[in-house]
Design a binder for this molecule. Structure first.
Ligand SMILES: Nc1ncnc2c1ncn2[C@@H]1O[C@H](COP(=O)(O)OP(=O)(O)OP(=O)(O)O)[C@@H](O)[C@H]1O
Ligand SMILES: [Mg+2]
Length: 320
């Protein structure tokens, strides 16, 4: 079942330079229980998209539905279904950690007793017991994010938005947070929309990803699919040392499907192909014509970050 659905959504803002289109005819869906990663450069329109789904902004055009409910027709019913961890920390300065979590749960409609019970569970499972009486100014960035995460994930909402949940965390806190998220969502059945600039995070947590650039959808699939579809690198190891001269380089680059060639050691080069299926024959042909003695050819699937960068580049750069 589809939980979140956007169709031809447009959002513009006025800026000193005139109107800018932050979200440009965007359509996508998130299925029930899936973690959907939303990737894209700064200013791509990720947060704006989440805000429209959460009924904070109204779309200029298009339709958005959450569990079948239209955000414009019935914003309150949509809000009840979504727990949103915003990109900017939103802790209330006067509340302690335990007060914040309880307050958040009360706000989400839990009874006083239930909110307290859930808060105790959250303090325990998110390792916040030692900090329960601290106010935001006494907390590190990592702890503040953890309090936000504990609140949002304890609310048991069917739809959860995590907007860059680990930005600013050190590598170890990041990994701990990934584990907490993974454990919590594993059997919650919630649908999660996750934005991040950390490609490892997205690959680890997301079932499927969409990539947005300049407000438009430019790619969609599982991280594995995208890795298969884009960016193939072949490492060719020669019997003898070889030097890739400029002339040789030019000859290679003229071959259909070869996108780059890099010398990686005295007898090996890495060659970037646009697709493995199509271009490998062309590569073999040119290698044979040069009468270079080949010892081995290894294909290496590009890592997810390389693939992501290539997709963004092919889509016409970013707004920066
Ligand atoms: N309230 C607003 N008023 C005017 N312009 C806005 C507003 N919110 C966002 N924008 C603009 O809309 C575009 C998309 O911004 P958005 O915050 O959605 O990007 P993002 O993908 O979340 O980026 P980041 O990765 O940096 O968080 C940007 O050009 C931004 O400046
Ligand atoms: Mg954002």
């Amino acid at each position: 079942m589809t939980t979140v659905e956007l169709r031809d959504v447009v959002k513009t803002f006025s800026s000193p330079k005139g109107r800018i289109t932050a979200v440009d005819n965007l359509s996508f869906q998130a299925k029930e229980g899936e973690v959907l990663g939303i990737l894209g450069p700064n200013g791509a329109g990720k947060t704006t998209t989440l805000r429209m789904i959460a009924t904070i902004y109204k779309p200029d055009k298009g339709t958005i539905r959450v569990e079948g409910i239209d955000v414009l027709d019935n914003p309150l019913d949509v809000r009840k279904r979504i727990a949103y961890m915003p990109q900017e920390p939103d802790l209330i300065p006067s509340l302690s950690v335990e007060e914040h979590i309880t307050y958040y749960l009360r706000f989400r409609g839990f009874s006083k007793k239930e909110a307290k019970k859930r808060c105790e569970e959250a303090l325990k499972s998110f390792n916040l017991n030692d900090h329960r009486r601290k106010k935001p100014f006494q907390l590190s960035t990592g702890l503040k994010r953890r309090v936000q995460l504990a609140s949002v994930l304890s609310a048991k909402a069917p739809v959860i938005f995590l907007d860059e949940p680990t930005t600013g965390l050190d590598p170890k806190s990041k990994r701990n947070t990934w584990k907490l998220i993974k454990d919590k969502i594993e059997d919650s059945g919630a649908t999660i929309l996750l934005t991040s600039h950390d490609l490892y995070e997205v690959e680890y947590l997301a079932d499927r990803v969409i990539i947005i650039n300049n407000g438009r959808l430019i790619a969609e699939g599982t991280p594995r699919d995208l890795r298969k579809r884009f960016g193939k690198t072949v490492k060719v190891i020669f019997e003898d040392p070889i030097l890739i001269s400029n002339t040789l380089m030019d000859e290679f680059m003229k071959v259909d499907g070869i996108k780059g060639i890099f010398q990686v050691s005295e007898n090996a080069v890495e060659i970037k192909l646009d697709s493995l299926d199509r271009s490998i024959n062309n590569l073999v042909r040119i290698l044979a014509s040069k009468e270079l003695k080949i010892k081995d050819i290894v294909t290496t699937a590009a890592n997810f970050e390389d693939v992501y960068l290539e997709i963004i580049e092919n889509s016409g750069g970013d707004m920066g």
